[in-house]
Design a protein around this ligand. Structure first.
Ligand SMILES: CC(=O)N[C@H](C=O)[C@@H](O)[C@H](O)[C@H](O)COP(=O)(O)O
Length: 229
């Protein structure tokens, strides 16, 4: 059985929850050993895969979990809005650190390295690719290049205003077009994650609602401050 067949079978059998363990930068939780502990807890709780940012975090996680790890590197570059795995060297470092799947920005925005070149580098390492997309156009383009996993990760993050709700319409459109869709971005409750599956998602990645304690506290504080007695 190929790696992808095995992953498909696992996702089908276990419900397709992918947990993104990306602490808020500079949080007291932003330490490789804590990221690794969160990843192991998520694995033990049934996550079928993990999404991990940064080489040190990835190494720490790889050492303690056995489920596939989606690796990314985030960079803030001067001349491009593209942040997720922008360089070929990032692909090499993620592969070397033990990623099973490498995700990269799959949008059609100005970028330092073309999507085609990133994909070729991922293939060179014989790994699976995931494109973090913002639109139907992005997703369909990456799919026709052969990218296995199409994420809705960047929907709502390529313009000034980010909606509160996740982009379920994009999940439907891409899954109807035959993509293996990873619904990702603002699936902040189990009910919303279930809706993603109902809209055709293959799996759902949840980050903030599981692993960003500061965001969760803020949601509660906003609700309490807005509550009337
Ligand atoms: C836009 C962007 O850079 N998204 C990032 C991608 O890795 C992460 O910051 C998100 O936490 C992740 O996509 C999961 O989403 P959510 O935290 O909403 O469950």
């Amino acid at each position: 059985m190929s790696f992808l067949d095995e992953l498909d079978a696992n996702v089908k059998a276990r419900g397709g929850l992918i947990v993104s363990c990306q602490p808020v930068p500079h949080s007291p939780l932003d330490k490789p050993e804590i990221v690794a502990a969160m990843a192991l807890a998520a694995e033990q709780a049934g996550a079928v895969a993990l999404r991990i940012e940064g080489i040190e975090n990835l190494r720490a996680v790889r050492a303690v979990v056995s489920v596939p790890v989606i690796g990314i590197v985030k960079r803030d570059l001067p001349d491009t809005p593209v942040r997720i795995t922008p360089w070929l060297e990032d692909v090499d470092a993620l592969a070397e650190a033990g990623a099973s799947i490498i995700a990269f920005d799959g949008t059609q925005r100005p970028r330092p390295v073309p999507v085609e070149a990133l994909l070729a580098r991922i293939r060179h390492h014989q790994l699976i690719a995931m494109a973090d997309c913002a639109s139907e156009q992005d997703g369909l383009y990456c799919r026709q290049l052969g990218v296995e996993l199409i994420g809705t990760t960047l929907s709502g993050y390529t313009s000034d205003v980010t909606p509160v709700e996740p982009d379920l319409a994009l999940v439907s459109t891409l899954s109807q077009a035959g993509c293996r869709v990873v619904a990702e971005g603002r699936y902040n409750s189990p009910a919303l994650a279930a809706q993603a599956i109902e809209h055709g998602a293959w799996a759902v990645t949840v980050g903030s609602a599981i692993t960003r304690l500061e965001h969760i506290c803020q949601w509660y504080r906003d609700a309490l401050q807005g509550a009337t007695k």
